[in-house]
Ligand binder design. Structure first.
Ligand code: ZN
Ligand code: ZN
Length: 255
């Protein structure tokens, strides 16, 4: 029986060869829009290493009136150059989009704005990261405890521009550049798999009560950084990664 079925198999293949047996066209699952629909942390290795992508594009789309500070632009590129292996470099594209004028944005609204305005997706050797800056606040905000930014897909982040404007400058508040840069780098850290969300921990250091965050209070990946609690520290400098977070990135292909 076996030899008969083998013969049939061979004949079938011969038939296919005769009629132009082609490999089925397989779409590369790691490029295009489909590869930008995964969960946070799922592209950490692609972003960190040069195994699959040797160049990184950071696309920033901001609503009119909410252009990020030069501090943010320089620091984000510098951070990526420092922690990722991208021999063909890190490039930034910055674009203004129309203001929506909404006071609050739901997670769904943010996702659909990305669908509308994001232009760059993984292509060829380039891996792409998208940062959206909106002119309002997050829908789930409560006055006591609010969100300044979020990482919401494997290569997507959002900053709430209005919240940043309201929360920076003036007495006992951080300078705007420091605040928005700190939050943007924190969200970028999540996309790079920190903490324990796509990049394995070399030494356990995930906060016991705040998952996906570092247990070191002074680290960029401490949970308070993206919330109102950041003001408890009134940061005057941009936070950096502690040794544990830094080691995790290296172990997952980073620099
Ligand atoms: Zn966080
Ligand atoms: Zn850390």
């Amino acid at each position: 029986m076996r030899s008969i079925s083998n013969s049939i198999y061979v004949l079938a293949c011969l038939g296919l060869l005769l009629y132009g047996c082609e490999e089925p066209v397989r779409e590369d699952p790691f490029v295009g829009m489909g590869a930008a629909r995964w969960d946070v942390g799922k592209s950490a290795n692609f972003l960190l290493s040069d195994d699959r992508f040797t160049k990184l594009e950071l696309e920033i789309a901001y609503m009119e009136g909410f252009r990020p500070t030069d501090v943010l632009l320089e620091e984000m590129v510098g951070f990526l150059e420092e922690v990722t292996f991208k021999p063909e470099g890190v490039v930034l594209t910055l674009r203004e989009i129309p203001a929506e004028g909404e006071e609050f944005y739901s997670a769904e609204a943010i996702a659909s704005l990305e669908d509308q305005y994001r232009q760059s997706y993984n292509e060829g050797n380039t891996v792409s990261v998208f940062l959206l800056v909106v002119d309002g606040n997050f829908m789930q905000d409560e006055t006591e405890f609010f969100t300044i930014g979020a990482a919401y897909r494997n290569t997507s982040m959002v900053l709430f521009g209005k919240r940043i404007m309201e929360s920076s400058g003036g007495f006992r508040r951080p300078p705007r550049g420091i605040l928005e840069t700190t939050v943007a780098l924190h969200e970028l850290g999540h996309l790079l798999g920190l903490v324990n969300v796509g990049t394995e921990m070399v030494t356990p250091h995930e906060d016991e009560e705040q998952e996906f965050h570092c247990d070191e209070e002074t680290c960029l990946m401490y949970w308070t950084v993206e919330t109102s609690n950041v003001f408890l520290f009134v940061p005057q400098t941009i936070r950096t990664l502690d040794a544990n977070c830094r080691n995790d990135l290296r172990a997952n292909g980073g620099r």
